[in-house]
Design a protein around this ligand. Structure first.
Ligand SMILES: Nc1ncnc2c1ncn2[C@@H]1O[C@H](COP(=O)(O)OP(=O)(O)OP(=O)(O)O)[C@@H](O)[C@H]1O
Length: 247
């Protein structure tokens, strides 16, 4: 696994055109950490990942990464800086085999040694190796999700951004996908995960960051918040018994 480094987000404001969604995000992610971003629908979780990957309009603030501010850089440049994004939904090539999909991912790396890059991923995801000649579109939802993650991991990212990997998956498939994320993390991968399945997210991540209305309203260890408190925070921005909103 490639050496990691820290990511530091300060007063980040971003949105879509004139629409403001992120209203001042402050978040430091140390190398190797597994962070779950949670919060109610529309809180700006996916927008935060998309902003880190250069897909939104920056309104202010900074994203410090390896000594430079990458806020506003293009996605291609951000990928080159070692940040990979697994967007929500299927984004493989369904009428190509697993092997061919990984080849396509390898072509995005300058001077890729395609076979070596593919084999690197097969070592990390043995399930995919057994399916290497299968058309991606003929695999189960869980296997396809693993392929999406593998295509991103092939870039040997220092930070992996993963948006809602559990959507549309059976409980068994969710289990497999999250197991793979845990294995990647154990090997040193920094992961920022957006996940609606809060139970699962709290099980796998070592840190929970809760967004509401484009701001961080809670940041801590998953063990320090109950599901009831989480629900209340999602709805009101307040912890049980508090009168003022957190932050
Ligand atoms: N491409 C876009 N153009 C304009 N508005 C958008 C776009 N994508 C998202 N939005 C809006 O940005 C807001 C935040 O959306 P975002 O997807 O970041 O929320 P989220 O916290 O990930 O929610 P969910 O859990 O429902 O996926 C929503 O009001 C959404 O309608």
């Amino acid at each position: 696994m490639v050496a990691n480094s820290d990511l530091s987000i300060k007063d980040l404001r971003a949105g879509y055109g004139t629409l403001d969604i992120l209203n001042g995000i402050d978040l430091d992610v140390p190398a190797g950490q597994f962070v779950a971003l949670m919060g109610p629908n529309g809180a700006g979780k996916s927008t935060l990942l998309k902003t880190l990957y250069g897909m939104t309009t920056i309104k202010g603030g900074s994203i410090d990464w390896q000594g430079k501010n990458i806020a506003g850089c293009k996605s291609r440049a951000i990928l080159g800086e070692g940040i990979s994004f697994v967007p929500q939904g299927r984004c493989n090539f369904p009428v190509m085999t697993v092997d061919e999909n990984l080849q396509m991912a390898a072509y995005t790396i300058r001077d890729s040694k395609v076979k070596a890059d593919r084999d690197y991923v097969y070592d990390l995801f043995p399930i995919l190796k057994t399916r290497r000649s299968t058309l991606a579109g003929n695999m189960s939802g869980g296997e396809q999700q693993l392929l999406e993650v593998a295509m991103a991991v092939l870039q040997r990212p220092k930070v992996l951004l993963v948006d809602e990997p559990s959507v549309g998956l059976s409980p068994a498939a969710i289990h497999v996908v999250f197991d793979e994320l845990l294995r990647l993390h154990a090997a040193g991968q920094t992961i920022l995960l957006v996940e609606q399945n809060t139970k699962k997210a709290m099980e796998v991540a070592e840190r929970a960051v809760i967004l509401r209305l484009g701001k961080v309203i809670w940041d801590g260890l998953p063990k320090d918040i109950t599901h009831e408190e989480l629900g209340e925070l999602f709805l009101t921005g307040k912890m049980r018994g508090e009168t003022d909103a957190v932050h």
